[in-house]
Ligand binder design. Structure first.
Ligand code: 4AD
Length: 453
């Protein structure tokens, strides 16, 4: 058996041995080239796609972008370069000298010595037109190309940065990361919005389920996290989640990413709300400090188009009725358009796992939602029912006792008060970037009647 230490030693040996096929390369990302402090003619190689092209009498200016930053690198070439193939959208490799730019518009530029076109771009057929601003709805038709536009690439860089920030937040707070399963036999939310998983007909066994039981794509990793919080105290997961909801709204997807945390020994909703708030703040501070230009671009080009919707002034709230979008908007506006926590929902509206507040005729559970302006519900969480007999009775009433015997077991073997929450990652991005439609903050959106690519 090879140990990790042995493998590391072997790898160190490989990388320190000179290898004639891997000569030191001066390849730079556009981002690193732009960050060069005092460039003085170092020879570098940059690869990317042409974002703009302008030819003057004696010189040719190109802007090359490789997705590492919003800003492109200016490449200056003598007009003797054959510019016929240098078209907007083509991929190129440029070698030359990195120098301080004489223009105030940028700090550095690349004085080209060699420009190689790697792949031509047929400008006529290319749906992205030079110097045009394309609406997000238009670009949705081209999920394979829209990442080449400034706005989408900024959104996706922020998405990547926010993902890393969320992992750092939990790691720094002592949480253990758990990979919860994508295929599961339970319906955590009990809403029946499940996609069933079966082999394609060719390999289907007659009259048998592949897993012996009906299996589904997960709607939430919560129940598996609850298992793990019984050993690791604080756990989280961050992965794809699936809901077969037939809703074509600007904030629902059939496949979305959810950040979920589960914490043992938590006794009050206040403690949960504090973690939710800290997660939101820490992630947003990191995103703002690591990619301010991307965030600014989104705010400049997307957010002003957002419509603040109004709602009719009428009797909106009746006890026992679930909150609809209209109610959420009313509450947000009433509170001055700031994030708003709502706690203690009627038991009848909520899933079986939420802790009974035993508060008489109102009969509520210790649930919490966080609403944010422009989006509505961003987080949903609760204290979990940790008392064996209370949970047993609830499951029996719902006819779920047999199916959830393993879940009941957890209350029998060292049960503790605990709670957790889930945050819709796409809704988080919509909220901080001011993006109207959830389909524009995920690389490949899946929703009713649409699964492009
Ligand atoms: O409120 P939900 O359904 O909560 C749960 O699934 C819990 N089991 C989470 C937990 O406690 N571990 O979903 C959590 C969040 C919502 O607040 C919302 O932001 C997002 O997930 N969400 C969706 N996002 C996009 N498209 C959908 N169809 C969504 N459904 C929920």
């Amino acid at each position: 058996m090879l140990t990790a230490r042995y493998l590391l030693r072997a790898l160190r040996f490989c990388s320190s041995a000179p290898c004639p096929r891997h000569k030191p390369s001066a390849k730079l990302s556009v981002r690193d080239a732009l960050r060069a402090q005092n460039p003085s003619g170092e020879r570098v190689k940059v690869q990317g796609w042409i974002r703009s092209i302008r030819s003057q009498k004696e010189v040719l200016f190109l802007h090359v972008n490789d997705g590492s930053s919003l800003e492109s690198l200016q490449v200056v070439a003598e007009s003797s370069f054959d510019s016929r193939e240098l078209a907007f959208g083509s991929s190129v490799e440029v070698q030359g000298q990195l120098i301080k730019s004489p223009s105030k518009r940028q700090n550095v530029e690349l004085k080209a010595e060699k420009i190689e076109v790697i792949g031509n771009c047929d400008a006529k057929a290319f749906p992205i037109k030079y110097k045009e601003r394309h609406p997000l709805e238009y670009m949705r038709q081209y999920p394979h190309l829209r990442c080449r536009t400034n706005v989408l690439s900024s959104i996706l860089r922020v998405r990547s940065e926010a993902t890393a920030a969320i992992h750092s937040f939990f790691k720094d707070s002592g949480f253990v990361h758990i990979h919860t399963p994508i295929i599961t036999s339970n319906d955590c939310e009990g809403a029946g919005e499940l996609f069933q998983v079966e082999p394609s007909s060719k390999i289907k066994l007659p009259e048998e389920n592949f897993f012996n039981v009906p299996a589904f794509l997960t709607v939430s990793g919560q129940l598996h996290l609850e298992v793990m919080s019984g050993a690791f105290t604080q756990v989280f997961t961050f992965g794809p989640t699936f809901r077969a909801e037939n809703s074509q709204t600007r904030r629902h997807l059939a496949e979305f990413y959810m950040v979920e945390a589960e914490i043992s020994f938590v006794k009050s909703l206040q403690d949960l709300m504090q973690v939710m708030e800290e997660l939101f703040k820490a992630t947003t501070v990191t995103v703002l400090s690591n990619c301010p230009e991307d965030v600014e671009l989104c705010h400049k080009f997307i957010a002003p188009g957002q419509k603040i919707r109004t709602y009719a002034k009428k009797q909106l709230f009746n006890w026992g009725i679930d909150l609809q979008t209209e109610h959420e908007k009313y509450l947000l506006k009433h509170c001055g358009n700031i994030p708003v926590f709502i706690i203690n929902y009627p038991l009848a509206l909520k899933p079986f796992y939420m802790r009974d507040n035993e508060d008489g005729p109102q009969h509520t559970v210790a649930a919490v939602d966080l609403l944010v302006p422009g989006v509505g519900e961003l987080f949903g969480g609760s204290l979990r029912e940790e008392r064996y007999h209370v949970l047993e009775q609830r499951l029996a009433r719902l006819g779920l006792k047999e199916a959830y015997q393993w879940y009941l077991d957890l209350r029998q073997f060292g049960s503790v008060p605990h709670g957790g929450f889930g945050m819709g990652f796409e809704r988080y991005l919509q909220c901080i970037l001011g993006v109207e439609n959830i389909k524009d903050v995920i690389p490949f959106p899946r929703f009713t009647h649409s699964c492009l690519l």
